[in-house]
Design a protein around this ligand. Structure first.
Ligand SMILES: [Zn+2]
Length: 211
């Protein structure tokens, strides 16, 4: 986070990034045997999973997952920038627990909403939100993520991104969010796709989105 103020951490991060890159390069031949058309993409995901062992990509909406993995593959191979997932999908009970804890910590619902939304409004519960790391990775995503439909949503959360088919207006904080309430099972990605797919350009490439 404050890498410049902590040289040992910055050095460690750089060494780990170099090692991750070496691992990815060495895994390309193996990935080629598994999926010849997307060896670098696959090897990059394997290497990042080793670098960020705690990350869990399960439960993300298919388009969010495809956007995130393709975006970070580009960041990795083109710009040598690692991007890890700190928190993606959360089930409603977990989101409720986080929200309740924030209400208890801050003393009010209004104060809690500056950082956390209740389950029925959270992009994490719908599989559309991604909390990423490190700060440099978030900056990369803020600069380039739009090409994949990934946008920073809040001024006060540099780490939080959401998949959108239309560029959103950035809000000061989650408290300013005005989500239509949805019932479970009515998430946008569960509905039939629109004729144009509402897809970002990269998904029209012949390689197609990630599985
Ligand atoms: Zn978040």
């Amino acid at each position: 986070m404050h890498r410049s103020a902590n040289p040992p951490l910055a050095i460690k991060a750089r060494v780990l990034a170099s090692l991750t890159r070496l691992v990815a390069v060495s895994l390309v031949p193996v990935a080629f045997c598994r999926a010849p058309g997307r060896a670098r993409f696959t090897a990059c995901q394997w290497a990042l999973a080793l670098r960020f062992p705690a990350e869990d990509l399960r439960g993300l909406a298919p388009q969010t997952l495809a956007a995130f993995t393709h975006a970070r593959a580009e960041a990795f191979w083109r710009d040598k920038q690692l991007i890890g997932l700190t928190s993606g999908y959360r089930d409603p009970a977990e989101q409720h627990r986080i929200f309740a804890a924030e209400v208890a910590r801050t003393g009010s619902v209004a104060a809690a909403r500056l950082r956390v939304l209740p389950p029925e409004e959270s992009g994490h519960v719908r599989g559309l939100a991604l909390d990423v790391r490190p700060t440099e990775g978030a900056l990369w995503l803020e600069r380039h993520g739009w090409r994949y439909g990934l946008y920073r949503i809040y001024d006060n959360e540099w780490w939080h991104f959401e998949y959108r088919t239309v560029a959103p207006v950035r809000l000061p904080s989650p408290a300013a969010a005005r989500w239509p309430r949805r019932t479970h099972g009515d998430e946008p990605w569960r509905r039939a796709p629109r004729p144009d797919g509402g897809r970002p350009p990269y998904m029209n490439a012949t390689a197609g989105p990630a599985a």
